[in-house]
Ligand binder design. Structure first.
Ligand code: GLY
Length: 389
């Protein structure tokens, strides 16, 4: 168990209190907002906007509900999560806003989680249909899974983004259950391109990278949500830590473990005093610079995943354990909404798209999800919904 190997983590009673606070808030949101999903608001906003299932983020809400069900077995959560998964089935059928690669984010913590938690075969087959949809984003000539836009798009046709590493588990898993190799072959080819081109020599990362869509030749790195093209967007670095650790879990390819470790080292050497990172590692920091608590929550889960793969004598282990403790302390302290019973979100001070003035310094539903995933991993070894247990 992670907790036994890391005695510096917050004590179990505090972890339990934080989970119970989350469970109450998730239930209140479900009761208050019916079948709607939390969305990101413009500017600085301390409430979620609520709406239909049509963005890249709704799966995290369903994942939170499954985590609550796994915590206390309350059938209310199971019923609500099942209703939401039905919604995801209808969305896939009607192809509502699915012209992008974030199919793992959508169908992992919803349909796949439902399969893991309940064993419902319909959820398994929905997850496989989602994996097939993701496979449709593979561009053979470029050798990548295209992140955004239609095939042949002049700007985005050969573009990848680091976030996609978290969508690959859907494909790796599909290979294991169907025995069809192409799922895994494509996931690995994409992970390899991400490793070679998104991760830089100093272990920092590009958010995105462009390839020639006709022949796969590398063109250049760039950013979408980061501070500038060559900067390291903190959430991107966190997606990389977790994503490469998951690619290692499925493939046992040592390069992926090594890459996750390198990216983790870069991240943890830049954690501020209070434990929670700014929105970009290269942004000039003054008293008004905003954070991204969601990046820290994702990184915490990535560190927990990484710790589960390291040997007891790994030189990174002590540094990682301390960084994890500091991150959890920071998140559970000034960055959580513990003690604010009316708050809709679990974590405050997340940031979505700073340069686009979208979602600044507020609640981010994926931040809430990864925060509760980290707590549940520490509390009882429930590792979230990226692989079968
Ligand atoms: N996957 C989009 C983001 O992290 O903002």
């Amino acid at each position: 168990m992670i907790t036994e190997s890391n005695p510096a983590l917050p004590d179990k009673q505090r972890i339990k209190s934080a989970i119970e606070d989350a469970v109450v808030k998730v239930k209140a949101n479900l009761n208050r907002h019916g079948g709607d999903y939390p969305h990101i608001g413009m500017g600085r906003n301390k409430e979620y906007d609520w709406g239909s299932n049509e963005d890249w983020i709704e799966g995290f809400y369903t994942g939170l509900v499954w985590l609550c069900y796994e915590y206390n077995g309350d059938s209310f959560f199971r019923e609500q999560a099942e209703l939401q998964v039905n919604d995801f089935a209808a969305r896939l059928e009607a192809k509502v806003m699915l012209d992008h690669h974030d199919i793992g984010f959508l169908y992992g913590p919803s349909a796949f989680a439902g399969w893991v938690v309940t064993g419902n075969e319909a959820f398994k087959s929905l997850t496989l249909r989602a994996a097939d949809h993701l496979l449709g984003r593979w561009r053979e000539a470029a050798g990548v899974i295209q992140a955004w836009g239609p095939e042949g798009d002049p700007e985005n046709g050969g573009r990848i983004i680091i976030d996609c590493l978290m969508n690959l588990p859907l494909l790796y898993w599909a290979q294991t259950v169907t025995g069809v190799d192409s799922y895994g072959v494509i996931a690995k080819a994409h992970a390899e391109k991400a490793r070679r081109f998104l991760v830089r020599g100093d272990d920092s990362s590009y958010h995105t990278f462009y390839f020639d869509q006709q022949n796969g030749e590398a063109i250049r790195g760039g950013t979408h949500q980061g501070f500038r093209d060559g900067s390291t967007w903190t959430r991107g670095q966190a997606w990389g830590i977790y994503g490469f650790a998951l690619s290692y879990r499925y493939t046992r390819e040592p390069d992926y473990l090594e890459t996750s470790k390198r990216m983790a080292r870069y991240f943890i050497e830049r954690i501020p005093e209070d434990g929670v990172v700014y929105w970009d590692f290269d942004v000039p920091v003054d008293k008004d610079t905003i954070r991204d608590s969601s990046a820290s929550a994702i990184a915490a889960c990535g560190m927990l995943e990484l710790l589960s793969h390291l040997e007891a004598d790994d030189e990174l282990l002590p540094q990682l354990q301390i960084a994890l403790s500091r991150t959890m302390e920071g998140l559970m302290g000034a960055f959580s909404t513990l003690g604010q019973p009316e708050a809709e979100g679990l974590l405050d001070h997340g940031s979505y798209y700073v340069r686009g003035d979208l979602g600044l310094d507020g609640y981010m539903i994926w931040g809430d999800y990864y925060y509760l995933e980290a707590l549940m991993r520490i509390w009882k070894g429930v590792p979230g919904y990226w692989y079968e247990r």
